[in-house]
Design a protein around this ligand. Structure first.
Ligand code: SF4
Length: 255
């Protein structure tokens, strides 16, 4: 007959046979511990690391161990709801979500156990280049950081975007999307719209080339010289061509 041992979990004492893991004991008595990679029919390998529990050690410093691997032993004292456990679970969950950000299993487990997931991966590395360029260079201040849960996210500031697309161009990871379709420019991050803008056609070649709001912004921010005004009617390619003609003829000539 297997030797009996006594284990304490969260202050409650359980008598069990030697050879079991702490996770098996917890499952037997309804003590909730999150896990993904444990399966009764398979040998545990501690891959997901979600089942970390705090173990009262001989030294005064508590530590976490994986309950799927840790075997019960007489006098073992376990806690499943301490700050140390929460930190270990959170780190494990963030590592898993980095690999499978859309996993419903992971997300619902996080919710059920209140596991801090950190920022849900959205392609943004929080360099803030987009926020800085929009504020410091474009002058629109259409993006900002906002705290959601415990993490900061780049989010749009309502109705500020002028549709220049500089944020999408400067973003090093492609997290900001710019789509020009049928004369409409849409700029977004995750599933949040930063701006939707009608585009202007170049008066020379007819191509869509810039948002109306952006061109108004440029008009307000630049000199009122006649030649500069005319240039705003043309896409960059035609404007360049126009510049050469002005230079060559010494006067403005419509193309
Ligand atoms: S597209 Fe909008 S949010 Fe992006 S830099 Fe231009 S004004 Fe700012």
């Amino acid at each position: 007959m297997d030797k009996k041992v006594t284990v304490t979990i969260n202050g409650n004492t359980y008598e069990t046979e030697e050879g079991r893991s702490v996770l098996e004991l917890a499952l037997l008595y309804g003590v909730e511990i999150p896990f993904i990679c444990f399966h009764k029919a398979l040998r545990p390998i501690g891959a997901c690391k979600l089942c970390a529990v705090e173990v009262e050690g001989k030294s005064s410093r508590p530590m976490t161990m994986l309950s799927c691997i840790l075997k019960v032993r007489d006098g073992l004292i376990i806690k499943t709801d301490t700050d140390l456990v929460k930190t270990a679970r959170s780190a494990a969950m963030q590592r898993l979500l980095a690999m499978a950000p859309q996993s419903r299993t992971l997300l619902s487990l996080s919710e059920r156990f209140g596991i801090e997931t950190g920022p849900v991966p959205d392609g943004c590395i929080r360099c803030r280049l987009c926020i800085r360029v929009c504020s410091e260079v474009v002058g629109a201040s259409a993006l900002k950081m906002e705290k959601r849960g415990t993490a900061g996210y780049v989010v749009p500031a309502e109705k500020q975007c002028i549709g220049c697309g500089t944020c999408a161009n400067i973003c090093p990871t492609g997290a900001i999307h710019l789509i020009d379709k049928e004369g409409i420019r849409t700029i977004s991050i995750r599933d949040e719209i930063i701006g939707v803008h009608p585009l202007l056609r170049c008066e020379a070649c007819g191509r869509y080339f810039a948002s109306q709001r952006f061109m108004i912004h440029v008009a307000e921010a630049t000199t009122s010289h006649t030649d500069t005004k005319e240039h705003r009617l043309y896409c960059p390619v035609c404007a360049k061509l126009l510049s050469s003609r002005i230079k060559a003829s010494g006067k403005f000539k419509r193309i």
